[in-house]
Design a protein around this ligand. Structure first.
Ligand SMILES: Nc1ncnc2c1ncn2[C@@H]1O[C@H](COP(=O)(O)OP(=O)(O)O)[C@@H](O)[C@H]1O
Ligand SMILES: O=c1ccn([C@@H]2O[C@H](COP(=O)(O)OP(=O)(O)O)[C@@H](O)[C@H]2O)c(=O)[nH]1
Length: 300
């Protein structure tokens, strides 16, 4: 990480040094002083050097080797910037942690707010079905992945690089960040019925969210064979522009799902909250089953 930050800094500084020294040489030596190679013993009429000759004489355009001191200076600037970023990121993470720790009850009362967790492997169709539920049941769709990607793109975000790294590696972003984003989105929306899509993906997230934000009413679980999810994700990857819709990251996401996320489904199963839908059929057929389940749970 440090290397990347300092390398980027070096890269961004290097052209400026070259351009600046080129300009200062241009103004101090040319045209008042004629470069040495244009002074000859035979008197000739002065002709201004061509751009090519001038640049050869001044050394502009040539690859300069940065001195050791310059490299050291750039590296230490890079390191300091990186340490400041880490300190402020850690500070912010700690502040969220403390805020959550200090709560004695969830921020949202489960009798006034309805939270349904929508779980399933990557590419099982969670997002697709959530859109149908928003249309027919007046739910607000909160995709944890979308919220993380938005935070990653937000200019000035302390977590942008960290989120990008976790997503690219198919790992689960530290829970404080995701929980804070979900809670903020719930507050800002002002609705009362939420589909929390793709979260919780790990036991610590499940426990912390229910303790501090809101207890879930139900869990919708999309069961899907890996080969089917793989085909869908590779197809989605052709247009999604997502850094994780590629074969290498997809394999890692499957592993993370089996090791960390499936235990969450089992945890809620023991509590009798899970409704499972097999989703190898067409989106329309899958939705028929989902709709029946929602009609049953939310009949009013
Ligand atoms: N039942 C389905 N049959 C075929 N393709 C589907 C089905 N459901 C979703 N898809 C497609 O598969 C891809 C992954 O679906 P998506 O809803 O984004 O999954 P998830 O949110 O679980 O990652 C998308 O390109 C979507 O259009
Ligand atoms: O609570 C979450 C939800 C998502 N992610 C990250 O976001 C990626 C994409 O998740 P999303 O739900 O958008 O897509 P899916 O994997 O379900 O297709 C995951 O692989 C994780 O790296 C995370 O860290 N925590």
């Amino acid at each position: 990480m440090f290397r990347t930050a300092s390398a980027r800094l070096t890269a961004s500084l290097r052209p400026q040094i070259t351009v600046r020294s080129y300009i200062s040489k241009q103004t101090s030596h040319f045209p008042h002083k004629i470069p040495f190679r244009f002074i000859t013993t035979t008197p000739i009429r002065y002709r201004p050097p061509t751009t090519d000759e001038a640049s050869k004489a001044t050394g502009a355009g040539q690859q300069r080797k940065p001195s050791f001191i310059a490299i050291l200076a750039v590296a230490s600037v890079g390191l300091s910037a990186y340490l400041v970023l880490v300190k402020s990121r850690e500070g912010q993470k700690k502040a969220i942690e403390q805020k959550l720790e200090s709560r004695t009850k969830p921020a949202f009362d489960k009798d006034k707010y309805t939270v349904v967790f929508v779980l399933g492997g990557p590419g099982s169709g969670k997002g697709t079905q959530c859109q149908n539920l928003v249309r027919d049941f007046g739910f607000v769709h909160l995709s944890a992945g979308d919220l993380l990607r938005a935070e990653q793109r937000r200019p000035g975000s302390e977590f942008g690089e960290l989120i990008n790294t976790y997503i690219k590696e198919g790992r689960i972003v530290p829970m404080e960040i995701t929980i804070a984003l979900l809670e903020k989105a719930m507050r800002e929306d002002g609705g009362t019925r939420f589909l929390v899509d793709g979260f919780p993906r790990k036991m610590d997230q499940a426990v912390k969210f229910e303790e501090t934000v809101c207890e879930s009413k139900s869990v919708l679980y999309f069961e899907c064979p890996e080969e089917v999810m793989l085909t869908r994700l590779l197809h989605r990857g052709e247009t999604s522009g997502r850094v994780d819709d590629n074969i290498e990251t997809i394999r890692k996401r499957f592993k993370t799902f089996v090791e960390s996320s499936y235990p969450v489904v089992q945890y809620f199963e023991k509590k009798g909250k899970v409704k499972t839908v097999l989703c190898v059929d067409t989106p329309e057929k899958v939705y028929e089953k989902v709709k029946e389940i929602f009609k049953e749970i939310f009949k009013e």
